[in-house]
Design a protein around this ligand. Structure first.
Ligand code: 1CP
Length: 347
């Protein structure tokens, strides 16, 4: 990242280690069904994957929350499950039910995956990145993203969402060599996917490890920390100025090991992690992001005000990107997001 962008974009300045007041803010899942303009746009597509792969629609979905709220960063509108699709797995989003994948349940099933040609199949995503990059306000940064290998592999094996990803965990423990191979394929796919987003104009990237929290220590080290370390090293080697935010949701007591051993440039804090403890175990210079309970955003009023105050007070003197501890819930009243922006900007 050049120094001009950092000077103009508070989000990038914090990722470069500066402490800024008011803290820059964006929200995970800032585009989505809680916005009436998103619902109208979404109605133009027959299914969710088609929506993700139509750059004119995906650019608009990315920009909607920026126009409405003037957030400090836009996040590419896409989904983590475009990668399994581009590797050749059957992926569908059934209305109101979430994703359905043709599950990978044996070493032989992995032979169906094909890394060659993946980036070409995902070219509409990079056209979306370029389209957003061309029209974004000067002070707004553009974030690219991918699911982290464990989380993506978990959906690929399980075939759908789950509370505990018991099938995926069992497969990983019962067939460690095959699961290792799957993680390696997804790791390489993720590196290529992030590189292509950066080449198209992404100025920072985030890895969503949404299901890191279902793993015990041994698997956390092998399936979360190790692949993330490989991705962080590849990014640093090729794009040393592009920051990587790691979001290991539910990492709990593994948080410091995750941050130190993966060498990600910033860490997303989920809702459950005690903030003072996290700030104590993480290096003082490491930028942190998140932690506000999304329910406080749904409820608004005093719950929101107190939640914001608590985070701003406790992170004083530390590089902070304001965010939620997980995504914006569908039931969020849009005016509560406007109130959140006002509260954070007041400092
Ligand atoms: O229109 C719709 O109803 C589709 C809902 C939706 C949306 C708006 C899905 C289906 N994905 C998305 C967009 C999305 N997904 C973004 C866009 C950018 C933004 O933040 O505004 C991002 C970053 C994601 C990432 C994603 N997809 C994650 C990681 C973050 C998280 O929430 O933990 C995960 C786990 C997914 C899978 C997924 N995609 C969609 C759903 C409903 C799910 C969860 C499925 C489940 O486990 O039940």
């Amino acid at each position: 990242m050049n120094s001009v962008s950092i000077a103009q974009k508070p989000f990038l300045a914090v990722l470069a280690g500066q402490t800024i007041s008011p803290a820059p803010l964006w929200l995970m899942r800032q585009a989505g069904r809680y916005l009436p303009e998103y619902r109208a746009l979404r109605a133009q597509s027959k299914n969710f994957l088609d929506f993700c792969f139509r750059p004119e629609l995906a650019v608009e979905a990315t920009l909607q929350p920026i126009r409405r709220y003037g957030l400090d960063a836009a996040i590419l509108f896409s989904d983590i499950l475009t990668v399994p699709w581009a590797l050749g797995q059957k992926v569908e989003f059934l209305e109101g039910e979430g994703p359905k994948l043709e599950p990978l349940r044996s070493a032989r099933d992995l032979d169906r995956l094909e890394l060659a040609g993946m980036v070409e199949r995902l070219s509409p995503v990079y056209r979306t990145v370029a389209g957003v990059s061309a029209v974004l306000p000067d002070k707004t940064a553009l974030i690219g993203f991918a699911g982290a290998p464990w989380t993506v592999a978990a959906y690929m094996v399980e075939g759908h969402g789950s509370r505990d990803f018991l099938i995926a965990k069992s497969f990983g423990m019962a067939e460690p060599a095959a699961f290792r191979r799957l993680l390696d394929i997804v790791t390489q796919a993720t590196i290529q996917h992030l590189f292509a987003q950066i080449e198209a104009g992404a100025e920072a990237v985030q890895l969503f490890d949404s299901w890191a929290g279902v793993l015990a220590e041994t698997e956390f080290r092998q399936w979360v920390i190790e692949p993330t370390r490989v991705i962080a090293a590849a990014l640093r080697a090729r794009f040393p100025a592009i920051p990587l935010i790691g979001f290991p949701r539910g990492a709990g007591g593994m948080l410091a090991s995750y941050a130190l051993e993966t060498k990600v440039g910033a860490v997303g804090l989920d809702t459950q992690v005690p903030l003072d403890w996290a700030l104590q175990v993480l290096p003082r210079t490491l930028p942190v992001q998140g932690n506000l309970d999304p329910v406080a955003l749904v409820v608004g009023g005093l719950a929101l005000k107190d939640g914001v105050r608590r985070i701003l007070d406790r992170t004083r003197g530390r590089p902070l990107i304001f965010n939620l501890g997980h995504g914006v819930p569908q039931t969020t009243p849009p005016e509560h997001v406007a109130e959140l922006v006002r509260l954070v900007r007041e400092g």
